[in-house]
Design a protein around this ligand. Structure first.
Ligand code: MG
Length: 203
């Protein structure tokens, strides 16, 4: 199982990090060792002093495919979850300034908590999915899938031109604006439409 993450997929978030809005999807990967399930805690790593939250919609690949055309991409996923793309922003800044890869800032242990998956067809508004993250009871990020620069079909089609997608692979689809630091003992809750999907602590 691999985790593919799309960067800069919401214009307001690209702007807040002073990044250009991309013409093609930008993606990177996290290893399976980054995955955290069942609301287990996120353990704050000792190599960073500025770990940021990025709440994202996550889709799960339901069949093997490569070089998938955008037209047929919707046959490759049917379930959605929420995930947090934890990012060591200080390390990422260092790597970005040198033009080096981001893995140490993005792919570390516990950097990818993911909720349970639900059927996309069970959502009230599958074409415009609302989601949000609260920290200690206060909403810090809010998004809607309509605001994605590249939709799920486009992402699947693009990524699969380079990398074979396998059943069970997960795709983090990018974060809306409002990213910011987390602290030890923070209580994190994430909602898909009005349903609470994640409820965990930073330790
Ligand atoms: Mg992200």
């Amino acid at each position: 199982m691999k985790i593919i993450c799309i960067g800069r997929n919401y214009a307001d978030h690209a702007k807040e990090l002073k990044n250009a809005v991309p013409e093609k999807p930008v993606f990177f990967m996290k290893p399976d060792s980054a995955l955290v399930i069942k609301n287990r805690p996120f353990f704050y790593p000792d190599f960073s002093k500025d770990v940021h939250h990025e709440v994202e919609l996550v889709i799960k690949i339901s069949k093997l495919g490569r070089r998938i055309s955008e037209k047929f991409a919707d046959q490759y996923y049917s379930e959605i979850a929420l995930g947090v793309d934890f990012t060591a922003r200080d390390l990422q800044g260092e790597m970005k300034s040198k033009g080096l890869p981001w893995e140490i800032a993005k792919a570390f242990d516990y950097s990818a908590p993911v909720s349970d998956f639900v059927k996309l067809s069970s959502l009230e508004e599958p074409q415009g999915i609302d989601f949000r993250m609260d920290i200690n009871g206060k909403t810090v990020q809010q998004g809607n899938s309509r605001d994605m620069i590249f939709n799920f079909d486009r992402i699947i089609s693009y990524v699969s031109q380079f990398i074979t997608l396998k059943t069970g692979d997960m795709i983090f689809s990018g974060t809306p604006s409002g990213v910011g630091p987390v602290q030890i003992n923070d209580h994190i809750e994430c909602f898909l439409e009005e349903k609470k999907m994640m409820d965990f602590f930073v330790k």
